[in-house]
Design a protein around this ligand. Sequence first.
Ligand SMILES: Nc1ncnc2c1ncn2[C@@H]1O[C@H](COP(=O)(O)OP(=O)(O)OP(=O)(O)O)[C@@H](O)[C@H]1O
Ligand SMILES: [Mg+2]
Length: 225
Amino acid sequence: MLKIMSVSKKFKSGDSFVNAVDNISLEVADGTFAAIVGKSGSGKTTLLSLLGALDRPTSGQILVDDRDICRLGDRKLIDYRRNKIGFVFQGYNLVPNLTAIENVMLPMEFAGLKKTERKKRAARLLKEVGITEEKFNRKPTRLSGGEQQRVAIARALSNKPSLILADEPTGNLDSATGKVIVKLLENLAKTENTTIVAVTHDESISKDAKQTFRLRDGKLVSTSS
Ligand SMILES: Nc1ncnc2c1ncn2[C@@H]1O[C@H](COP(=O)(O)OP(=O)(O)OP(=O)(O)O)[C@@H](O)[C@H]1O
Ligand SMILES: [Mg+2]
């Protein structure tokens, strides 16, 4: 379970401060696909980076499985990011000189899994996200945008994270492909019992989400489910 309590993030901007995230509290149950929506500059990415412990809040608590991640020391934080979180970004961020399957295997290498196990799990995940075997050994440039995003999602799943954070996961895709990726995320939340929090401009994504949180000027203005 993900529980955010009175979380704020202020950034210094010249002589003043920006309340990028302003006293937000929310809860997302395990295995839920949740969307964060809001206009540009409303604080979506900032909130996501706090959840992923890429940044620390100015105040408030973020509980992931009852542990306040804001209180973790640096070493524990690295552990948390590596083992509990899967990130999916808009630009896919695949390693260009690695093949699809090598990209998915990479995080498992940091986790110390044996190569045969890494390969087996990577192949299973790639199939699960709809990448067929003949594409396993292709480098990212020889895959379509949608395929690259599928590989990125498989990679995010590789260390069995309890939370997947996706920032505009369909931002670079045409709307049909975007819909397929959203369905995929929605199904993975169920089959892998992973909580997925996706930031989006795209209203059609939030329709598929079980919960939608709407931000405006850093504040949570509505929650719908
Ligand atoms: N590192 C930073 N330093 C200073 N201000 C920042 C920083 N990061 C974000 N901000 C400001 O915080 C506010 C929220 O930014 P954020 O990136 O979270 O918005 P967003 O909702 O993700 O927007 P977009 O849809 O354009 O990606 C904006 O006013 C932005 O300028
Ligand atoms: Mg953003």
